[in-house]
Design a protein around this ligand. Structure first.
Ligand SMILES: Nc1ncnc2c1ncn2[C@@H]1O[C@H](COP(=O)(O)OP(=O)(O)OP(=O)(O)O)[C@@H](O)[C@H]1O
Ligand SMILES: [Mg+2]
Length: 255
C-alpha cells in the first residue's frame, strides 16, 4: 500500500448522473478514490467507462449528483478547472501531434501551465521517462504505439497531476509495449500519484491496481479490492451484472 494513502477520500462521487445532450449515460454512480490509490475501472463496451473519465475532466453534460475533490464540489466544472484542480487525463486512442517531435509535443503540453518553464517541465518528464529522452527528436507519429502511449501519459504527467485518469492505454499495443506501459503506470503510482485506469486488458489491470470497480449500463455493480474479485468472475459480471456465486466481499455501489 502506498505511503501517501490515507483514509479520507480525495475524490468522492455521489449519485452522479451525466451524459451527452439529452442522453443520460451514467446513472447514479457513487465511488470514492483515496489519495495514492490505484483503481481500475472495468466493464463491457458501452458501459460508460470513458464517459466517467470524461465527466471527471468536465467533458460531458452534468445532470445531477456530486463530485467532491478534497471536500470541494467540482461537478459540472470546465476542463480547465479540472486541470487546475490537479486532474490529468489521457484519453482513449492516439492523442499526440504525430508530425511534431517528442520535444515539441511536450512543449505543446507545457503551454497549458501558466508561467510554465518549458525546459524545466521537459527535464522533469525526461527524468521520469528516459526512453522519451532517447527519442526526443523523433516525430511522435513515427514511434511505436507503446512509445506514443508513454508520450501521451508524459504530456499529462508534465503538469504534475494529483490524479491521473488513463483510458485504455494498452489498446493496439504489442505485449512488450503493454508491459512497458504498465511498468510506467506502476512507477507513477509508487511515486505517489492516484490513478484511475480504464482497461480492456482486465488481467493486467487487476494485477496492477489495488481496487476494481465494475461499471455496467452506467451503474457501479462491483467495488472491491482486486484481491476479492476472481478474474474468471468478470465475464459473468460483464454479461449479467452478477457473479455466479456472490463472494462475501461483494460491495455493490456505496451505501
Ligand atoms: N459523444 C457522445 N455522444 C453521444 N453518446 C455518446 C458519446 N460518447 C459515448 N456515447 C455513448 O455513451 C455510451 C457509453 O459510452 P462510453 O464510451 O462511455 O463506453 P465505454 O465503457 O468507454 O466503452 P468502450 O469499452 O467501448 O470504450 C455508449 O452508448 C455510447 O454510444
Ligand atoms: Mg471507452
Amino acid at each position: 500500500m502506498n505511503e501517501a494513502m490515507n483514509d479520507a477520500p480525495q475524490l468522492r462521487i455521489r449519485n452522479l448522473v451525466a451524459g451527452y445532450a439529452h442522453l443520460d449515460i451514467l446513472q447514479d454512480v457513487s465511488l470514492d478514490v483515496r489519495k495514492g490509490e490505484f483503481v481500475t475501472l472495468l466493464g463491457p463496451n458501452g458501459a460508460g467507462k470513458s464517459t466517467l473519465l470524461k465527466t471527471l475532466f468536465g467533458m460531458t453534460t452534468h445532470k445531477g449528483g456530486s463530485i467532491t475533490w478534497h471536500g470541494k464540489e467540482i461537478a459540472g466544472g470546465k476542463p480547465k478547472q479540472f486541470l487546475a484542480n490537479g486532474f490529468g487525463y489521457v484519453p482513449q486512442g492516439r492523442c499526440n501531434f504525430p508530425q511534431m517531435s517528442v520535444d515539441e509535443n511536450l512543449e505543446m503540453a507545457s503551454y497549458t501551465i501558466r508561467d510554465g518553464n518549458i525546459a524545466a517541465e521537459r527535464r522533469y518528464v525526461y527524468d521520469l521517462f528516459p526512453i522519451l529522452h532517447q527519442r526526443r527528436n523523433e516525430f511522435a507519429g513515427n514511434m511505436s504505439g507503446g512509445e506514443q502511449q508513454l508520450l501521451e501519459m508524459a504530456m499529462a504527467v508534465l503538469r504534475r497531476p494529483e490524479i491521473l485518469l488513463v483510458d485504455e492505454p494498452s489498446v493496439g499495443l504489442s505485449p512488450q509495449a503493454i508491459t512497458l506501459v504498465f511498468n510506467e503506470l506502476g512507477r507513477l503510482h509508487k511515486g505517489g500519484r492516484t490513478i484511475l485506469l480504464v482497461e480492456q486488458n482486465t488481467r493486467k489491470a487487476m494485477d496492477a491496481a489495488e481496487r476494481a470497480v465494475v461499471l455496467r449500463l452506467g451503474k457501479v455493480i462491483w467495488d472491491s479490492p482486486t484481491s476479492a474479485l476472481g478474474h474468471d468472475d468478470l465475464g459473468d459480471l460483464f454479461m449479467t451484472g452478477r457473479v455466479q456465486e456472490p463472494s462475501a466481499h461483494h460491495v455493490a455501489g456505496i451505501h
